[in-house]
Design a binder for this molecule. Sequence first.
Ligand code: FAD
Length: 458
Amino acid sequence: MTSTGRVVVVGAGITGLAAAFELHKRGLDVVLLEAADRVGGKLITTTFAGMQIDEAADAFLARVPWAIELAEELGLRDDLVSPAARSAFIFSYGKLRPIPQPMVLGVPLDMDTLADSGVLSPGGVERAQLDLERTSNEVSGDESIGSIVRRRLGDEVLERLVDPLLGGINAGDSDNLSMDASASQLAHAARQDASFIRELLDVRRRIPPNPDAPVFYAHPDGMGRFVDELVARLGDIIVTEAPVTGLERANGGWRLLSTAGVFDADAVIITTPANIAGTLVADHSRVAAAELESITYASVALLTMSYDKATIGHPLDGSGFLVPKPEQQVITACSWASTKWAHLGETDQAILRVSAGHIGNDRAAYLPDDELIAEIRADLERIMGITTAPTDVRISRWINSFAQYTPGHLSRVATIDDALVDDAPGIFVAGASYRGVGIPACIDQAHQAVRSAERFLA
Ligand SMILES: Cc1cc2nc3c(=O)[nH]c(=O)nc-3n(C[C@H](O)[C@H](O)[C@H](O)COP(=O)(O)OP(=O)(O)OC[C@H]3O[C@@H](n4cnc5c(N)ncnc54)[C@H](O)[C@@H]3O)c2cc1C
């Protein structure tokens, strides 16, 4: 397929960078417009405690190919590392307890290890077991993860295992997260069998998991290394401090208005959060704009904290812990980064990455620094017994940064795509607001948007 014309990509997070890189490789004329004075969006690595440590995403899933393939193309594949510590804990019933294995997305598959872990009450374990006696696999469309897990395995499995794991990924509330969009593996299992446990065990028998296969990959220089490599290849294709504020039809194509100038395009790929995309397309597609603007976002604070290793009484014998909502005061999750990643564990400093805030409770994201640190320290004392002061703290605030995939999300996204084809041909949307929040899913969406733009231009 030979496509000609200029494509303007709006937003230089990983989606926009990957889209621009792909278009550039394919020989198309491309411009990448970024509102901020830096590129990378939610990929940002800065120096903390003398090390390169991410302020947001720090790793990506290894079982899907898109980020690994990009690493290969950027010459980074051989540098990738996987976590040195795999086991993790849940703070449940007043104690840190090992996450019971085996489990799939929070669904426990062995009732003995579940009972031994103490994560659930004895009544909660009994209720979970009832899943194996179910005979009807009714699923009403795209249910929330909460509704189907509560029905099959009980409230405690949902609140103390599935929600901390899945809800934690998007700072969401699993009672209002689409199972099709946020947990497709569970959604598939739910439709195959009346029992989650039976079906997920059956899948493991058919395709036994490889215990040595890495689950995540990271780069020792941080995710910012991907950004740097992409910037090096894109050069002056990238225009920073160029917020796109308007989109008009012009010369049979599109004209983008920005404080950095006016940019004409034959096709446009918008990779900003959906609410901003909604504003940009509002004059051209009321249907797409309404759906785009209906997607909501959660805000979180992420604190990176360093401690003298010798002063932390609690063993850092795992990758960290999650705090289920019934046990939460302020911390939702804590990564023991200097144990989880060997390259961050080489000094006498222990590094903790602590998250606070989720949809429906964004208080932490807006607390003044000193109050936030005081609350986090009190919670670390409650959970890990840490009474000493950190040697350093960095606060990264991620306001309206986690798209919420509520039930019906995938059909909402299909409606957006269809409405744009009908009402605003040549405009495409991609990124974390649509078909997956993880870095690999964003790269995959970037490539799909590039293919759509190419077909449109052919
Ligand atoms: C704290 C945190 C931790 C995370 N951890 C992980 C993890 O470990 N692994 C993982 O896989 N994922 C993780 N994620 C998710 C992942 O990082 C994001 O989903 C992904 O990076 C989003 O990329 P994006 O390009 O879609 O959007 P963004 O990164 O949001 O990029 C959008 C860009 O658009 C720009 N923009 C906005 N408006 C305009 C405009 N009008 N004109 C021009 N530009 C504009 C923005 O400035 C931004 O640069 C995490 C996210 C957060 C916030």
